[in-house]
Write a protein that binds this ligand. Structure first.
Ligand code: SF4
Ligand code: FE
Length: 505
């Protein structure tokens, strides 16, 4: 098994022929591009960690056959594996301060592994064997996969087949004995150009009559018919034209693409679902659950950086010891550890599926992500509070470098005694990056919408919450012997129940 280094990964990305566009131009060598390069370096960090003496145990995993692989390609075999994942993502969030992009494909592999196994048991298909061969390829070559789930969706009030344009949800347009042809577009594709493979999944639970949309497959990023259009990000021009200081985090960044599939041919060998509408729901929910767990790690790691930056900003302003500053830092730590606790909790409460792969506790994973839709915003507010108004009024590095303005700026923008002005500038730019700039893309809107917008988690929470069990507990304590139902109310939850989460019966 290959355990690539970051340098080997970056070298392997060069000279690929991709059809990718940004700011009106076709990108020839994304690794060299000032906007994409920081993104590739963030992914490279996931490779380097597997060779870092302090973290190699965490960043590597062992397959059932004893072979050692990068953990980002591993199928979770225990709750310890699930916990290790969250810890790994926190380390990388803290090390890069951005979305390092490699978890989406990892989560897709895990969700597909257990779902294709159960599909085959149920339907007599052979999807799991195909998936295992693909997994071997990913593990053998230590590849990055992107998970492509979010369709562009058009009119959100209409089902896929009722759209004005049937391609607004990715679909199978032709099916032959040895291949299928697909058409559609997937939005918000994290790290698209940093990936070797794209794993496509349906975006929602489908119904009878919607078979053409129930499709899952994997294709190389370089496949004919695929076009990437990279989205704009806050402060993106700073990467193109400004000195590194003004970027706040000059080393690392992220990118997202609209990925367009224009009649792409997929060999049957790489198709993992094709028309089985009943299995689209479990696949979507499992993938989303895994990615909602992921946020308990990566966003806590980014939160660590923000807490450190806020503490330094207060020190550099000369108020590091003030009681209200300490209070705000304690609040940030409390909030950040709440996210992490949820990520750990849903992992510890995970359980084995019939395939042998482990699944997180869905209720707790969705509570994790629901917290992530709120907490980073409050932490960003507190960090800006501690950093002061300079976060949005600081002059550019060019003004500091200009002999006509630089000395005056250094005189008047001095903070605490003994702190160089340049240190104050750099830490202020980092807070700007994380709460307003390029880093905020991964820390704020992605926390809101990534792995599903807030309402998506609330639907799953409602479905998995053991409400009847809570009612029974209340009835028992209130001395109610006979269950009674208020008129016009349902006695049972609308869909599904689950085992108690707290060991109670
Ligand atoms: Fe990984 Fe977090 Fe980025 Fe998702 S948002 S790919 S979990 S780093
Ligand atoms: Fe994400």
């Amino acid at each position: 098994m290959t355990l690539k280094t970051g340098a080997e990964y970056l070298e392997g990305l060069r000279r690929r022929v991709l059809r990718a566009y940004h700011l009106g131009e076709r990108l020839t060598e994304p690794v060299e591009h000032p906007l994409i390069g920081p993104s590739t370096r963030a992914v490279a960090a996931t490779y380097d960690l597997a060779h870092d003496s302090a973290y190699r145990e965490l960043a590597r995993a062992t397959r059932p056959d004893g072979r050692v692989i990068n953990r980002f390609t591993h199928i979770h075999r225990s709750t310890e594996d699930l916990v290790a994942k969250v810890r790994l993502l926190r380390v990388l969030g803290r090390r890069t301060g951005v979305c390092f992009q490699r978890c989406v494909g990892w989560d897709a592999l895990n969700a597909l592994y257990m779902t294709t196994y159960e599909m085959d048991q149920d339907l007599g298909t052979t999807y799991h064997e195909r998936l295992r061969r693909f997994l071997d390829h990913v593990q053998e070559s230590d590849l990055v996969c992107q998970g492509a789930m979010t369709d562009v969706k058009g009119d959100r009030g209409a089902r896929p087949g009722d759209q004005e344009d049937p391609d607004l949800y990715l679909r199978v347009v032709r099916k032959r004995r040895d291949h299928i042809v697909v058409r559609g577009a997937k939005a918000h594709q994290t790290g698209a150009l940093c990936s070797h493979e794209i794993i496509v999944m349906p975006t929602l639970a489908l119904r009878d009559g919607e078979e053409e949309y129930a499709v899952s497959f994997a294709v190389p990023t370089t496949t004919k018919g695929i076009t990437f259009v990279i989205g704009r990000q806050a402060s993106d021009y700073r990467c193109l034209y400004d000195p590194a200081v003004d970027r706040g985090n000059a080393e690392f960044g992220g990118h997202e693409a609209l990925t367009i599939f224009d009649d792409v041919e997929v060999p049957m060998e790489r198709v993992f679902m094709c028309g089985e509408v009943a299995w689209s729901g479990p696949l979507v929910e499992r993938f989303a659950g895994f990615h909602r767990q992921s946020y308990g790690g990566c966003k806590a790691g980014m939160g660590d950086v923000l807490i450190g930056a806020a503490a330094l900003a207060a020190e550099y302003n000369g108020v590091g010891g003030a009681s209200h500053v300490r209070e705000k830092l304690v609040e940030m730590i409390h909030l950040n550890e709440t996210i992490f606790s949820c990520g750990i909790a849903c992992s510890v409460q995970g359980s084995a599926t019939p395939s042998g792969a482990y699944l997180i506790d869905q209720l707790l994973a969705n509570v994790c992500k629901q917290n992530v839709t709120r907490i980073p915003f409050e932490m960003a507010r507190l960090a800006q509070d501690l950093a002061g108004g300079m976060v949005c009024t600081l002059p550019s590095a060019r003004d500091f470098d200009n002999p006509e303005t630089g000395p005056t700026l250094r005189k008047y923008l001095k903070g605490a005694r003994g702190v160089p002005v340049d240190d104050r500038v750099r830490i202020t730019r980092l807070i700007e990056n994380l709460t307003l700039g390029r880093g905020a893309v991964g820390y704020l809107p992605e926390s809101l919408h990534g792995a599903g917008s807030p309402q998506a988690q609330r639907i799953v929470i409602a479905r998995h919450a053991p409400l009847e069990e809570r009612k029974r507990a209340a009835r028992a304590l209130a001395g109610l012997r006979t269950p009674s139902t208020a008129q016009g109310q349902r006695a049972e939850p609308a869909r599904g129940t689950r085992a108690p989460t707290d060991g109670s019966a």
